[in-house]
Ligand binder design. Structure first.
Ligand SMILES: Nc1nc2c(c(=O)[nH]1)N(C=O)[C@@H](CNc1ccc(C(=O)N[C@@H](CCC(=O)O)C(=O)O)cc1)CN2
Ligand SMILES: Nc1ncnc2c1ncn2[C@@H]1O[C@H](COP(=O)(O)OP(=O)(O)OP(=O)(O)O)[C@@H](O)[C@H]1O
Length: 231
């Protein structure tokens, strides 16, 4: 596993000065400061509830600043991979925001896709083209997705990269999502890193160990505002 550290200060906040001093900090797995958090209960539900609370407690200013920094790193990753067809997500629930990244990728004429809940196949996603003029609708979770049009669907193996939302992750690339297995089923279709799945999350979403099951597929790369983990 290799870890590249980006510039941050000790609180995982972005370094805003243009000083060339390199202050590196390896973000520790989430400190269990929440008095209601039972650290001996490593059940998926307990971790999920705690981390969702953590990421939602960031102020909107922090969210914006962290998203800007992380988006720069993700853009560099996309360009390094020469990815032309990229799936990402429409931000919800305190997730590391993708809006800035979306605008930058549109400017670069990179083709974007968003996940849509499959209308018939329970637990599956479809990836649908997302343009500036896409007609958007809310799915059953209240998340915006492009209105389904069969001509705008891309098969998973035609994507170059899937930027994957998650609730928690660990240093081995294990991820935990919202608990419906949508991305697990999507990642099961990846062969030889085509498409390359890249996790995108706040540092505070890292835990010491994500409890895994046989269907969980680790991510080869995770990008946070401060680090690039390559597993
Ligand atoms: N931004 C984003 N889009 C995404 C995902 C994601 O994690 N993030 N998904 C990743 O899979 C899929 C949607 N999966 C989701 C699964 C559960 C809930 C959710 O809010 N569950 C509620 C209970 C809602 C209910 O039962 O009706 C909850 O847990 O509070 C949201 C999205 C596809 N789109
Ligand atoms: N590849 C798969 N094929 C069939 N069922 C699966 C697969 N992956 C996961 N599941 C089912 O999905 C359910 C939810 O899985 P899990 O709790 O790992 O979801 P998650 O990773 O938190 O959510 P998501 O992938 O949507 O972000 C599990 O109970 C499991 O039975």
């Amino acid at each position: 596993m290799s870890i590249s550290r980006f510039m941050t200060n000790k609180d995982h906040r972005p370094v805003t000065s243009t000083s060339s001093a390199r202050i590196s900090y390896f973000a520790k797995p989430t400190e269990l400061e929440d008095p209601l958090f039972d650290s001996t209960d490593m059940s998926r539900d307990n971790i999920r509830r705690h981390i969702r609370q953590e990421r939602n407690s960031l102020s909107s200013e922090e969210q914006n600043q962290l998203a800007l920094i992380a988006s720069r790193h993700m853009l560099a990753e996309i360009q390094a991979q020469s990815a032309q067809h990229v799936a990402l997500y429409f931000t919800q629930d305190g997730e590391l925001a993708t809006q800035k990244l979306i605008e930058a990728l549109w400017e670069l004429d990179i083709n974007l896709y968003l996940p849509c809940i499959h209308p018939f196949s329970k637990g599956h996603l479809l990836f649908v083209r997302y343009d500036r003029d896409s007609v958007m609708v809310n799915n059953k979770y209240g998340i915006s997705e492009p209105q389904l049009n069969v001509q705008h669907i891309i098969p998973v193996d035609k994507l170059d990269m899937i930027i994957t939302p998650m609730v928690a992750f660990d240093e081995h690339g294990n991820r935990m999502g919202m608990g419906s297995g949508y991305y697990d089923r999507t990642l099961a279709q990846v062969t030889n890193n085509k498409p390359l799945a890249v996790g995108f999350a706040h540092d505070c979403q890292q835990v010491s160990q994500v409890p895994t099951d046989f269907w969980d597929i680790p991510l080869p790369v995770i990008i946070t505002p401060t680090r690039r983990l390559a597993i």
